[in-house]
Design a protein around this ligand. Sequence first.
Ligand code: MN
Length: 705
Amino acid sequence: MSLFKQLRKEISYLEEAQIAEIYEAFLVAQDAHSGQKRDNGENYLTHPIAVATVLASMHMDHQSIAAALLHDVVEDTAVTKEFITSKFGNTVADLVDGVTKLTQIEFSGSHAETQAESFRKMVLAMSRDIRVILIKLADRLHNMRTIGGVVANKGKRISRETLDIYAPIANRLGMHALCLELETLAFTILYPRRHRILLEAVEKARGNRKEVMATIEKEIKQGIAKSTLPEVTVSGREKNLYSIYRKMSTRHILFAAVMDVYAFRIIVQSIDDCYRMLGIAHSLYKPVPGKFKDYIAIPKANGYQSLHTTLFGLYGVPIEIQIRTKEMDNMANNGIAAHWLYRADDKLTNTAHIRAQQWVNNLLEMQQNTGSSLEFLDNVRVDLFPDEIYVFTPKGHIMELPRGSTVVDFAYAIHTDVGNTCVAARINHKFMPLATVLLNGQTVSIITAPDAKPNPAWLNFVITARARSSIRAYLKDQKYSESVQFGKQLLEQALAEMSMPLQQFDQKAIDALLEETQFKTLDDLYESIGLGKRLAIFTAHQLANAAQPEIKIDDDKNKPLLIRDAEGMAITFAPCCNPIPGDQIVGYFNVGHGLVVHTENCATLEKLRKQRGQYMPVLWADDVTGDFKAVVNVEMANQKGALAQLASAVADAGSNIDDIKMSDTNEDYSLVTIRLVVKNVAHLERVLRHISQVPMVMGVIRKKQ
Ligand code: MN
């Protein structure tokens, strides 16, 4: 009876009749498990009670809690499913049956195919009633919390399974708090030594960070105090050990770099307050460009909503800030389990349920469409770990890489020597070039040549820190003569593409080029190209101009450089006029800055014309891709919800807000400057149309300066 008392306190949010039914379930479980002990010697009944308590802490419905109390009786005792149906009805019996089926699945890590088959069964069990997986997750959480009594081998197997299967599922369902606890417990069991060392390091770092954290917190609070924002909670946030470990091991980031971030969470009253708070944060510290994420307008797949931004704090320390409402915070911690009972009238959680159900339905459809269990598991992995891809070595080892990784990233992930000497790859038995972006599930075999060397051009497409730093290190060590030779080769290639072979130029042209680029000798210039400091294509154009000063730059021998992408090459888009595909553009080459693309009518360009520098004809390629930045000014009425509507209008038009600044012009109107991410001029026009349809918006115009 005393055991039930504990649970009774936790379920006081339920109605009396429901509590009575849970008590009935308790009596059945007590009777069925009597005399049974757990691995740690405790009375077995403590386990189902604890599982029910976990669910009660999430305020789950009474059927889930009754099923939690009964979750092990069919598996371990004489009680049958029929008996449960007769006493508690079909729903509770089906939940217990579903959890029993899940428990019988063994994810033996040794064999990929058995593991895949098990996962397939799990999806089937889950698809009937999503509460099955919530009960199973609570069961796994309690088993992990009490894993101390389990023999070491079994403990490691359960922990591996928790990290591979259950924690990602919890994350996919938005149950962040539960996911974190599962990960931390499993990490402690699987890597006790790494855990201990990391823990010591974090504790040491914590001491040093304390003062900085306190100063930043004080400054943020002072900023809020000057505003009219009601009831704001600011709290410092520490990354959990496992996520620090994961960052270090998969992204190859040093401990100091992971810890050198000061993270805060700010909880406000309304969606509108979120954007106002963002404005306050951006006026306190300078935001880091490109780091702002609006997950309120565009929630994550698991329903997560929040504004994220990174700021340059005192002495340039990065400050990460998350801003959200209380409801969003509850969603962020408990995901699908947040407010389970009130889902009918709560729009926020209701959409979380619909999303979760959609996900499970998709999984189900996927498993019907895929031939083998392994293929199915691959697809699920993409879905559970959206930022990572899994590729195989020829021997079948799995390599985990960030999405977007290329053959060269893969080669360096295997070994620096493999990266330094790679020349091509066989992907699923087909020969592919080094810049090929890898896809999930491919088998990659790297082809090396003994005298091959890293190419500075690789820096344009590799994305892992490891590949980048290895290539840079190699290039730095490269002997002068090698760079000279290599740079000459690159320049010859670039000139050949313009059908102007290097031999064609006389000494006068070369001298003119050297004067233009301010190098003493041609070898110095070659070296600079060979080391990747200058792009060969620009130097080729400069040489062409030096040789024929009388010929205008738009001569057709001097073909315009085609811009195909928002990134890559040493091209930057001028922040003064933010050109996007469709705009008339001009390239301006400046020693030390590379090629900067301006819009043709940019006023900055007018000033630059008088300075030393070189124009270069540029054109958008027909198939230009990527995300471009455009800045717009919006004049809008100061009304509640205005910013939220603005953000969702932008999202509706398929765009994204990259940065937002507000200047209060007067009491009634605000000028909001937003930087948008768009594909081209047509896309921008669509976004502007959407913005102008927001009732509070008085006017919107693209900002060109
Ligand atoms: Mn259990």
